[in-house]
Design a protein around this ligand. Structure first.
Ligand code: GLV
Ligand code: MN
Ligand code: MN
Length: 422
């Protein structure tokens, strides 16, 4: 049996209500920005809210060993499950669509399918991933890596937040046992589908409804620490200083300049700078800054990273400084599963939508999932291309078509006898 995506009943009012209700959890009333760092009380509040919605929809729920939330609709046939979902954490001062919309869309899609067709053949599960942004621990897709079994032993003790709390400590405070992390691994998965906002302006500018993602960008994230000599800001002449800030400023300007000269789609971002001891009248002895470097082409990413590393070493030597790099993430561009790209494209076409195949310049849990099983991803437009800001917005009329495509693809995978995710 085939399904016409436009005949599915999607409850747009409920979708909007869920967007707004979850979007109020962790919201800073001064700025409207959200901050739901993993294992914090507001993060837990958000997970518990979603859990209530999943249970109201008749799904059986559980939290896994790292705090991913699962909602399962049992299939009539044994075998691996079809997964859909996204992440519940946010960046600091983030918006209410990044990650969250994929959760709302998955629930709306599963509800519509359940209402129209009842029990699926294959079990269908909604996965609410605990930590994708790495905003608290720079934790490199912690939730998804737990699901594919890719967290290294000891990693929970190594990574720390800015207060020095390790992931292991934060897990214990939130009621999870780090010794049990390996139990979060799943092996019985047939496919993963994720709906997300584009987070850039391409779809809106081109008047398109849907993006079908073919590749997720390569990205490297690191902290650079520049060590100099702490001195008096008045009595130390400029020509004898070993000023960590002078070196860091030069390195930052150079890194941004390399990406600017390389042109689109290469990007470099310095999102955080810290100076120690951090006083107006003290030449800093240590400046650290983060670097986020991306390109969807592996060769270009290597040029970008190589040029920046080379310059930073040279700059430190010239100024009598010492430079250290701490790598949080180093990922090559990742292609998503061709058969699922085709499936999403077919459903978008069937729904009469305007779509295109495109790369993602944002990182996503799908790039982790595809290491273990077929994975596909679709985008809906982001107004003005804004994301990682409270200004994130997608009108509900642009969300619903994405939910239809997601639901129709899930139907093929979980309900249709032919459903084979390739
Ligand atoms: C995740 O949102 C990322 O691309 O940084
Ligand atoms: Mn994000
Ligand atoms: Mn996201």
């Amino acid at each position: 049996m085939d399904l016409d995506p436009n005949r599915l009943l999607i409850d747009a009012d409920e979708l909007q209500r869920h967007i707004d209700e979850l979007g109020a959890i962790g919201q800073d009333p001064r700025t409207g920005g959200l901050w739901r760092g993993v294992y914090t009380p507001v993060w837990r509040q958000a997970v518990d809210q979603v859990r209530r919605w999943l249970e109201e929809a008749g799904l059986s729920t559980r939290l896994d060993a790292v705090g991913n939330l699962w909602g399962r609709l049992e299939g009539s046939e044994p075998g691996p499950a079809v997964l859909t979902g996204s992440h519940v954490d946010t960046v600091p001062q983030g918006g209410k669509y990044d990650g969250a919309l994929g959760i709302h869309a998955s629930l709306a899609a599963v509800k519509a399918l359940q209402q129209a067709f009842g029990q699926p053949r294959r079990s269908l599960e909604i996965l609410v991933i605990c930590d994708e942004e790495g905003g608290r621990f720079r934790s490199d897709f912690w939730g998804a890596r737990a699901v594919i079994g890719a967290i290294r032993p000891g990693e929970a003790e190594e990574r720390r937040d800015l207060e020095g709390v390790t992931i292991a400590e934060a897990m214990r405070q939130a009621g999870f046992d780090p010794a049990r992390i390996p139990e979060a691994r799943r092996d019985d998965v047939a496919a993963w589908l994720e709906l997300h906002i584009e987070q850039g302006g391409t779809l809106e500018a081109e008047g398109l409804d849907i993006g079908v993602v073919h590749t997720i960008t390569g990205h490297r994230q690191q902290r650079v620490r520049v060590y100099g000599r702490q001195d008096h800001a008045g009595t130390t002449p400029m020509d004898i200083r070993r000023d960590a800030m002078a070196g860091a400023a030069e390195m930052i300007q150079h890194a941004l300049g390399v990406a600017e000269r390389m042109g689109r789609p290469t990007v470099a971002t310095v999102g955080r700078v810290d100076a120690e001891p951090g006083a107006t009248n003290v030449v800093p002895g240590l400046v650290s800054f983060t670097l986020d470097l991306r390109d969807a082409d592996a060769a270009r990413l290597a040029v970008l990273c190589g040029e920046i590393d080379r310059f930073n070493t040279e700059c430190a030597a010239r100024r009598g400084l010492r430079v250290e790099r701490e790598l949080f993430m180093d990922r090559m561009p990742v292609p998503l599963t061709p058969a699922l790209q085709d499936l999403l494209a077919q459903q978008a076409t069937r729904a009469g939508l305007r779509w295109k195949s495109m790369p993602s310049m944002a990182g996503h849990d799908s790039e982790i999932m595809v290491e273990r099983w077929p994975s596909g991803m679709l985008f809906v437009p982001s107004h003005d291309g804004r994301s990682h800001t409270p200004a994130e917005f997608t009108p509900i009329e642009q969300v619903v078509p994405g939910v239809r495509v997601l639901a129709a693809a899930l139907y093929q995978l979980a309900y249709s006898p032919a459903g084979s995710p390739g």
